[in-house]
Design a protein. Sequence first.
Length: 394
Amino acid sequence: MRKALIFFLVPIILFGCAKLFKEVKVPEGPLILLEGKDIPPFEDDLDRQSLRVAISQSIEFFRRLPEDRIFEYGEDQYSTGHLIESMETFLYLLDEAEDMEELTDMVRQRFNVYQSVGSDGLGTVLYTGYYEPILEGGLTPNEKYRWPLYERPDDLMKIDLELFSPKFKGERIVARYDGSRIVPYFSREEIDSHGVLSGRELEIAWLEDSIDVFFLQIQGSGQIILEEGTRLRVNYSASNGRPYRSIGALLIDRGIIEREEMNIPRLKEYLRDNPSQREEILNYNESYVFFRVVEQGPLGNIEVPLTPGRSIATDSRLFPKGGLTYICAEKPVIDDSGTIIAWVPFWRFALNQDTGGAIKGPGRVDLFWGSGEAAEISAGHMKNEGRVYFLVEK
């Protein structure tokens, strides 16, 4: 019955989603202001309470900033104070509107809506997913748990290049001092294969294999179930500043995995089945993440807890942090056995509360799915095109 209902609804859903897939003129910046007739009709496939929670987290972020801090939306600028008022107005409309049609009318009257130009200048955005892994580990190494999670080393420096010349405005590097000069921080190969950080008491916990460590770094946060049964929550602290290089793209280029087959589960399967190649493949990605222990989370780059299905990660250089968004893409339908049985379009409001090393440019969005097996399956397989809009009160 569930399958029949899904496939019955797909033509209706696709027809509605087509209204969102509207070409936009190519501007110089990442966002373009839409005219009223081009604003999509709003739908939402999640509960309103989760949206209220996510909005409250962004408001908390804004309240930590100076009220006159400026955020850029296309050619327009808004202060922190205005964004707080904008969020509060949206919450009011959310309570007042009897249905999504009425909410659409209210938002069109009171809000400006901006669309990302996407990767092609026409609004096309690639959606991927991420989640919070739950892994087993220990606080001390043993025969089972041999791979460390490191906290941020005290010799890791972030250097603002603008201090040296105005032409480097906004540019920063991560480095270390080797006694006579400033050099790039250690690579993944130097840290994991050569053990340059061992013996410095930087280990937070120990995991079973290098694959778990690698993908925990990709996700940026996780929970570790310790041997005594307690849980340790870890979150991103810093990176080594090396460029992110996709090992999935590496295996595609080598003809090992077809592009259509590539996803996180397939990638993990290959690494586990080919242990002799594992070290060389993982070291291809020089980027390395250091962690910290947190009480709640997972935390996004604006230091608020992420809300499953409501928090997204974008390029923080291009899009306003904490901003209210409207997203449209496809999501998997998973049966009780954990098998994906269909992909269906979805629409919902979300908050821009995170970023990521692989999330670069106006054509990339990463959707946070939460914790657990279903979140891992959904996030690991998500690789779909869609649209993203940013909303702010006029």
